[in-house]
Design a protein around this ligand. Structure first.
Ligand code: SF4
Length: 328
């Protein structure tokens, strides 16, 4: 850990609200909140339309202003949040103009082979390919409007290119969301992991690049909205910078409402103001102290990163479960 990370960690632990100016973090920019699919749990899907913002591609001026402000702060740029980033016609121009650092986006891969070839040629790009399920029947039920065949064709194109490819697949969620969506025929985790391994072998993908994600849903306004989560602490805003497609800085990558819109990018003066301006510090401290003061956080478990880390250092946290495939 470098010094700025140690200082950030210490600052979050005592909840000063500050992060060091030299700190580096992931910068998440929602380049598109438009999507071509209507997946069951996604708030951007056409069936739900519960994103508390416009469905649009981020305007050019706001994208470039975010880059200008975060140029010295970004460890990695993540160019998606909700919506399908590859639909943004400027996405390749944006990547070409980014500072020399890593960048990533997640994609449903339901687009033209031409778009896939453009992404495949990007050298510093990681594409997280959200396939989720591998059977055409389950895929059609979850990825409404998508075609597994198209996604797999585009996956092959990406694998032949210079970008790094990771594949996201589901395992059952802690509340067994998968069974609620798919019914009792959704496979057990052991079956899912065996299928994922066979898939990795077939496509020549290293096992560490297969991410077994849990299906859950605590986005506001979704069909299955679990009860308030008992967790109180969230440190997400100490460790990342997030911007939605309407140009607002938000504290995390969840579908937060306006109670957690920090500021608009046009109202941020400089990197110091972005990191440690009074509104940002107040939100950081409030979320660490008790996230339940914000209605957007009601059902979210939060991100108690520093407390978990401290418990682990003190040997009090339960050991991490060992999973044969990467967990994200
Ligand atoms: S508690 Fe959840 S919704 Fe609230 S800021 Fe943290 S990650 Fe975002």
């Amino acid at each position: 850990m470098d010094l700025s990370r140690i200082l950030t960690f210490a600052s979050a632990l005592v909840n000063t609200g500050y992060v060091p100016l030299r700190s580096r973090c992931n910068v998440v920019i929602e380049t598109s909140s438009i999507c071509n699919l209507s997946c069951r749990f996604c708030p951007a899907g056409q069936a739900h339309r519960v994103l508390d913002r416009q469905n649009r591609f981020i305007p050019d001026a706001w994208f470039h202003r975010i880059i200008e402000l975060t140029r010295g702060l970004a460890e990695e740029y993540i160019l998606h949040n909700f919506g399908e980033a590859a639909l943004n016609p400027k996405i390749c121009d944006y990547m070409a103009g980014l500072p020399d650092c890593r960048f990533a986006l997640s994609s449903n891969l339901n687009f033209s082979a031409r778009t896939a070839r453009q992404l495949a040629a990007a050298p510093n790009l990681t594409v997280a390919c959200a396939l989720d399920v591998l059977s055409p029947d389950l895929y059609a039920r979850y990825r409404r409007g998508g075609r597994l065949e198209t996604a797999l064709d585009n996956l092959r194109i990406l694998l032949a290119g210079t970008c790094r490819v990771r594949v996201i697949l589901f395992q059952n969620g802690e509340k067994n969301m998968a069974r609620e969506v798919y019914g009792s025929d959704f496979p057990e985790d052991t079956q899912l992991q065996a299928r994922a391994r066979a898939f990795a072998r077939e496509y020549g993908i290293p096992e560490q690049d297969i991410l077994m994600n849990r299906m859950n849903s605590y986005w506001q306004g979704m069909e299955i909205n679990p009860a308030p989560h008992p967790g109180r602490v969230c440190d997400a805003l100490y460790f990342g910078l997030y911007f939605n497609s309407d140009g607002y800085q938000v504290p995390c990558c969840e579908n937060v409402g306006r109670d957690l819109y920090l500021r608009h990018i046009e109202d941020i003066r400089d990197p110091a103001d972005l990191l440690n301006g009074p509104p940002v510090r107040a939100f950081r401290r409030g979320l660490h102290w008790n996230k339940h003061r914000y209605s957007s956080c009601r059902a979210c478990p939060g991100n108690p990163y520093t407390l978990n880390r401290l418990r682990r250092l003190l040997g009090q946290a339960p050991p991490l479960p060992s999973r044969p495939l990467s967990d994200c």
